[in-house]
Design a protein around this ligand. Structure first.
Ligand SMILES: [Zn+2]
Length: 123
């Protein structure tokens, strides 16, 4: 593997997408979907074996531009679910920043840290 690009999160995503598409192809019995899953596997192997590290990194950064906000969205939902008994999560009406306040304080006046907009929020 010396001089080769190796693996990254994009390769993992390609393999998972390939597996999901192959599974769907089996469910709906539509063979062209199987070809798409094979194409994804071949592309993942090609990326792993590629010596053009710069091009593979460029692809990876393009992938991260899409993947990072998705990952952030899921992380916030997970944290909000874990802390659902202690904190109320809501968005600022001005800038849509995700905010939280301790539960059980009734109606409170919230000042957004980002845009300094003040609004009432029931907790
Ligand atoms: Zn705000």
């Amino acid at each position: 593997m010396y001089g080769r690009y190796g693996s990254d999160t994009l390769n993992l995503a390609l393999l998972i997408a390939g597996l999901v598409i192959a599974f769907i192809a089996q469910l709906v019995r539509f063979w062209p979907l199987t070809l798409i899953s094979y194409a994804l596997y071949i592309y993942a192997i090609f990326r792993m074996m590629s010596r053009n590290v710069q091009a593979r990194q460029k692809e990876y950064y393009s992938f991260l531009k899409v993947w990072t906000p998705v990952q952030k969205w899921f992380r916030i939902r997970k944290t909000a679910f874990r802390e659902r008994k202690q904190y109320k999560y809501f968005k600022c009406p001005g800038c849509h920043q995700q905010l939280r306040a301790p539960r059980g304080r009734g109606k409170i006046l919230v000042t957004c840290q980002r845009c300094h907009k003040q609004f009432n929020q029931k907790t």
